[in-house]
Design a protein around this ligand. Structure first.
Ligand code: AMP
Ligand code: GLY
Length: 426
């Protein structure tokens, strides 16, 4: 079958890399792709925001299956438009009715309450009741967690120990419209204390398979310091996600979530990325995302032994029942190389040089492009170097050996990916 992947990040490069290995994959396209995806697929120069252009590309390239990577096109209804235009097209990625689980934190919270999914208690405020919001903050113990209701490019969660700052944050979000309409409503949420992990599910809306879990490293600096980023590294598996914890996740979180999707009649074929807090051995949902995580995909996908195209095809056809996933026994870790200055302002167009060919890791590109025959930086997160090993130490040694082979002006990365889990015995 001919396949089109939508997106341009490391996540989409990893998905395309895996799908290209399937005997079921004939031609593989990626739109728009990046400077590395051309090695496994044909890059199509089109903007996923332009739904008509994507619809036309499906006709032109005789596409059978579309896999939508990022949240924006999902929340904006690309899956709905594709299916309306091409009746027999297989699409992996929820329609608008499903994508709202990521598009509105209030909807997601109500959904969790309705279906008994454990999560932090929360109240919602807007400009009509902001005074009550201040009072609610006064009634809480710090830290205070404030969340913009809508999509805010991963920056919509503000956490502070200071009550005055929390009130100011509430003003900034609602009155000063920090994230425009996305922060017109704000959730004030109970603080969850524990260790985070990400669990991934592929569902056809009624059945599901659980993918390997992962942990990502969000802060820019070593020791989890500094600003939040899209993710500076990831590892899989996660030592504290043992059999008994994962059974709780499946029973208390995955099953009621899929049941809720079905009972609400949501249009949902695709991935669910469940952000979880392990609080004293109990799982609590921090958030739903309606896609795979980035950089988690760069460690989850290389651990999947099964044919990904076969699985995605089954999901899009509503035939996931009885499907099993074969997982490789090894550990995967990825280190993200970022532009100097990221996640604040940074320069693009820096030439990326390799001391020698990288063989011991899988380089997944993100913010790269080919310019006048040279590979240059084209974003904040530039490249994910994924190492595999029989344990975390081996995987990380491979990652960091490969980091030394790459260079551009201003290149930055974290030196402590996975170190916390190694201390826990992984
Ligand atoms: P999100 O954008 O929902 O993934 O939130 C960003 C980050 O904020 C999460 O990865 C957590 O580290 C943190 N966070 C969100 N909600 C809570 C909460 N209720 N308690 C503690 N930390 C939270
Ligand atoms: N790594 C977090 C995310 O993809 O949202």
């Amino acid at each position: 079958m001919n396949i089109l992947v939508i997106g341009s990040g490391g996540r989409e490069h990893a998905l395309a890399w895996k799908m290209a290995q399937s005997p079921k994959c004939d031609k593989l396209y990626i739109a728009p792709g990046n400077g590395g995806t051309g090695d496994v697929a044909t890059n199509l120069d089109l903007d996923p925001k332009n739904h008509v252009a994507v619809i036309n590309a499906v006709t032109q390239y005789e596409i059978d299956l579309v896999v939508i990577g990022p949240e924006d096109p999902l929340v904006n209804g690309l899956a709905d438009d594709l299916k309306a235009a091409h009746k027999s097209l297989l699409v992996v990625g929820p329609g608008k009715t499903g994508a709202i689980l990521e598009g509105s934190k209030q909807v997601a919270k109500d959904f969790m309450k309705k279906y008994g999914v454990p999560t932090a208690a929360a109240e919602v405020f807007d400009e009509t009741n902001i005074e009550e919001g201040y009072k609610f903050l006064e009634s809480l113990e710090p830290p205070y967690v404030l969340k913009a209701d809508g999509l805010a490019a991963g920056k919509g969660v503000l956490i502070t120990e200071d009550l005055a700052e929390a009130k100011q944050n509430l003003d900034d979000l609602i009155i000063n419209k920090q994230f425009g309409d996305a922060s017109a409503k704000v959730l004030i949420e109970q603080f969850l204390k524990g260790i985070e992990l990400s669990v991934f599910v592929l569902t056809d809306g009624k059945d599901y398979v659980i993918l390997p879990e992962a942990k990502d490293y969000k802060r820019i600096g070593d020791g989890d310091t500094g600003l939040n980023t899209g993710g500076m590294g990831a590892v899989s598996p996660v030592v504290f996600a043992d059999k008994s914890f994962m059974e709780k996740v499946e029973e208390q979180v995955v099953k009621p979530t899929v049941r809720g999707i079905q009972e609400e009649g949501m249009d949902y074929c695709g991935f669910i990325f469940i952000g979880l807090m392990n609080q004293s051995g109990e799982p609590y949902v921090i958030e739903y995302n309606v896609r795979m995580g980035d950089p988690e995909t760069e460690v989850v996908i290389p651990r999947i032994k099964s044919d990904l195209v076969e699985l995605l095809e089954a999901a899009a056809e509503g035939e996931l029942a009885g499907k099993e996933l074969d997982i490789e026994p090894y550990t995967a870790s990825t280190v993200i190389l970022v532009s100097g200055g990221y996640p604040e302002s940074y320069e693009k167009g820096k030439e990326i040089r390799f001391k020698k060919e990288i063989k011991s890791v899988i380089p997944f590109h993100a913010g790269t492009k080919i310019q006048e025959g040279k590979l240059v930086t084209n974003g904040g997160r530039v490249m994910a170097l994924t190492g595999l090993g029989k344990n975390m130490g081996e995987a990380l040694t491979r990652c960091y050996a490969a980091v030394d082979l790459v260079n551009w002006e201003g290149m930055n990365y974290r030196t402590d990916i996975g170190k916390d889990l190694q201390k826990l015995g992984q």
